[in-house]
Design a protein around this ligand. Structure first.
Ligand code: GLN
Length: 313
């Protein structure tokens, strides 16, 4: 490492702050509430395996984590029904947009992976089993609070409402999968769980803390036992690397070399196994719906620290 981490994090934040807003991509507007977010925001938080935290920019401002929640939902669903989940959702990159419906017909309603919308709707349907939607949402919220060790994390109700009112594509996906039986509840119930969990509001610091179990091979950061087995933590990270950025996953792996999961709120959670959990936020998105500056910042971080899952130990 050429400079200490505190300096690297501060330098990257300063470099990103200098990028004109016009060159940061466009914040998501298909969820009207997200269009209100200031595109000039930038936050970065790095939590090392030993608990040291380095933050810069707007790292303590909560934003809508959107699809990053798919990591937490998947983890919880695997805990609930184990590897039986893979009978209902695949593990291959889709090569299509995050909200695409096109593969579902040929593939009999089984989504390509749990990190696209169709796949996460199936995961939400699994988490809904045996619960009222309110209870399922509460369980997922408690899980994220436990991971981050922070009870102040909440669902942004305005964002959830905004997406409920406009989420016609997700409604189409849920209804289509209900016809195949991969969604088992009334679609509006499964959608309710999905929209509320996407609307979790978290800061970069909270998100990096919540993702730390993946950098710790599945162990709870607070020394409170295991969240998941080492094998499961590694497999979730593998899915983040191959599917975490939709049809931008290959480019992200090439440029950053670290498993990451993006959301249309402009956040990215990235994990360096054994080393660190990183969260970055910049609302401007590229053409495939991933944070433009977020990926650029992670690319710089990986380059300057030497972090990569492809580096020799
Ligand atoms: N809630 C968003 C949606 O369903 C999540 C998508 C995303 O973050 N890529 O469209």
């Amino acid at each position: 490492m050429s400079a200490d981490l505190e300096t690297i994090v501060a330098e990257i934040a300063a470099e990103m702050a200098a990028v004109p807003v016009a060159r940061r991509g466009v914040p998501a507007s298909y969820i009207p509430e997200l269009a209100k977010v200031d595109p000039g925001r930038f936050g970065l938080a790095v939590v090392l395996a030993d608990g040291q935290v380095h933050v810069a920019g707007d790292a303590d401002e909560a934003f809508s984590i959107q699809s990053i929640s798919k990591v937490f939902m998947l983890t919880l669903a695997l805990g609930k029904i184990g590897d039986g989940l893979w009978a209902r959702v695949g593990r291959e990159p889709s090569g299509n947009a995050f909200n695409s419906i096109v593969q579902l017909e040929a593939e009999k309603g089984i989504p390509r992976n749990p990190f696209i919308n169709a796949g996460a709707l199936v995961v939400a349907d699994v988490l809904l089993a045996g619960h009222a939607p309110r209870e399922a949402i509460g369980e997922i919220l408690q899980f994220v609070r436990y991971l981050a060790d922070d009870d102040s994390i909440v669902v942004d109700r305005a964002v959830a409402r905004s997406e409920t009112e406009t989420g016609f594509r997700n409604a189409a996906l849920a209804n289509y999968m209900r016809a195949f039986g991969t969604i088992t509840h009334a679609p509006e119930l499964t959608l309710g769980v999905y929209f509320h969990v996407c609307a979790l509001a978290m800061s970069c610091r909270q998100l990096a803390l919540a993702g730390r179990f993946l950098a710790l091979d599945g162990r709870h950061p607070g020394g409170r036992g295991r969240v998941v087995s080492a094998e499961r933590a590694r497999r979730i990270a593998a899915l983040m690397l191959t599917c975490g950025h939709y049809d931008g996953s290959g480019d992200f792996a090439f440029r950053v070399g670290i498993p990451g999961k993006s959301g249309v709120g402009g956040g990215i959670l990235a994990v360096v196994p054994g080393v660190a959990s990183v969260a970055v936020w910049s609302p401007g998105l590229n053409a495939v719906g991933n944070s433009t500056l977020g990926a650029a910042a992670l690319e710089q971080l990986a380059r300057r620290t030497g972090w990569s899952v492809f580096a020799p130990p």
